[in-house]
Design a protein around this ligand. Structure first.
Ligand code: AMP
Ligand code: GLY
Length: 419
């Protein structure tokens, strides 16, 4: 069969890598991908939904998997389904769970899904008055999509006021910051809990932990994610039962109550607090970079499992016992204004260390591989334990070079403290 993966980054490279291993596959296409992804390139941007549907019809694509949120929020699934094309992802309406933080928070409040207490503001003066009354720490979040940059953790009142100026007065993230959510700061370990969903049926994918902050020791600004590993040892089996019962099943029931049929990946970004797991955010897709280590731990033919699940059959995933860890190599200036066009060397040497190297933002020019965005490469490795996975990944990282390259040196360390 012919499979189309929509998206440009490391998550999509990992999906292509996994899917291409399926005996069911004749060809994998990627729209639009990047230079490092080994699949047939389709020169259509992920958000050009109608053009993608035209392509899928013309090419006879049998199944489409969507990586990023933007096309989902645009309604790619509605468009494909209207034309009778098979696609895995939530509808435009269901994608509001990620597309609007205000929608997601009000949905959680209404249905008793544990999350941080919050208020919504459309007026910057009112938001500032609230901050002065409430005090710090607080988290200020843009309502709309902002590529991981819309949540600002504020340790002081002053920085929260500045966050309001940034989002609502200077409108630095455009329309996304027209409305903001201000919420209480939660303490605990973070966990990414991702499931495949079809209505109230779901199958959990391997657990993982992302590293959202730019710099070591969880400092610096939030990013799309600087590294991840799977499994997440903070989720023991009792915690996982709690997450399933209090978060996933409640959410799926609530969606059904609202008349929203959800089919696709659902990502609950959680804080494991002393009062139990609470939702920081929902994403309507696989995480990036969580998908990379997570897919590395699924044994066998993932595409077959996904198709069976899509067709309504029960499926069970068989998992690799090993740990998988992923380090993001970023450009100088990421996340604000990354430098691009720097030559990359050492990928083959890194692979010789047993690592997988997924390509997030690269381009080929005059036979040279160049950086083409903020997050450039993902270097991923397996290990019998987390320590070994970390060592192998970083050994491979040391082979790769490009001007201005930076990465976190402490991926996995929070978990290593308890293992
Ligand atoms: P979000 O986009 O809402 O997931 O937020 C991005 C990141 O900001 C999260 O992964 C956390 O690291 C942090 N964060 C968001 N909300 C909170 C909160 N209420 N308390 C503490 N940290 C938070
Ligand atoms: N890594 C977090 C995300 O994909 O949103």
């Amino acid at each position: 069969m012919k499979v189309l993966v929509v998206g440009n980054g490391g998550r999509e490279h990992a999906l292509v890598w996994k899917i291409a291993q399926s005996p069911l596959v004749k060809e994998v296409f990627i729209a639009k991908g990047n230079a490092g992804i080994e699949a047939k390139k389709v020169n259509i941007n992920p958000s050009e939904v109608a053009l993608l549907a035209d392509f899928a019809q013309r090419e006879g694509i049998d199944f489409t998997i969507v990586g990023p949120e933007a096309p989902l929020v645009e309604g790619i699934v509605d468009e494909f389904e209207r034309r009778g094309l098979k696609i895995f992802g939530p509808s435009k309406r269901a994608s509001l769970l990620e597309g609007s933080k205000v929608f997601a928070k009000q949905f959680m409040l209404k249905h008793g899904i544990p999350t941080a207490n919050f208020e919504v503001f459309e007026d910057p003066d009112k938001a500032k008055r609230f901050i002065r009354d409430f005090g710090a720490p607080v988290v200020v979040k843009a309502d709309g999509l902002a590529s991981g940059k819309g949540a600002i953790v504020c340790k002081t009142e002053q920085s929260a006021i500045e966050a309001i100026d940034f989002l609502m007065v200077r409108k630095a993230l455009g329309e996304a910051g027209k409305r903001v959510v201000i919420e209480e700061f939660l303490e605990g370990e973070e966990a990414s809990y991702i499931v495949m969903v079809d209505g109230e049926r779901y199958v959990p994918l391997p657990t993982s932990q992302d590293h959202k902050r730019l710099l070591d020791g969880d400092t610096g600004p939030n990013t799309g994610g600087m590294g991840a590993y799977s499994p997440n040892p903070f989720i023991n089996s009792q915690k996982e039962e709690e997450i399933k019962k209090n978060i996933i099943e409640k959410t799926l029931k609530a969606l059904a109550t609202e008349g929203i049929h959800y089919r696709g990946f659902l990502y609950a970004g959680l804080m494991l607090t002393s009062e139990g797991p609470k939702v920081l955010e929902f994403n309507v897709r696989l995480g990036d970079p969580e998908a990379q280590p997570l897919l590395m731990r699924i044994k066998g033919d993932f595409l077959e499992k996904l198709l069976n699940f899509y067709e309504g059959k029960d499926v069970e995933l068989e998992l690799d016992d090993r740990f998988a860890l992923c380090v993001v190599l970023a450009s100088k200036g990421y996340p604000d204004s990354p430098e691009v066009g720097k030559e990359i060397t050492g990928i083959e040497e890194a692979k010789k260390e047993g690592a997988l190297v997924f390509s997030c933002a690269t381009e080929l020019k005059d036979g040279k591989l160049l950086t083409a965005g903020g997050r450039v490469l993902n270097v991923c490795a397996w290990g019998k334990d987390l320590r070994e996975a970390k060592e192998k990944a970083y050994r491979a990282v040391s082979k790769i070079k490009f001007e201005g390259m930076h990465y976190r040196k402490d991926i996995g360390d929070r978990a290593l403290k308890i293992l």
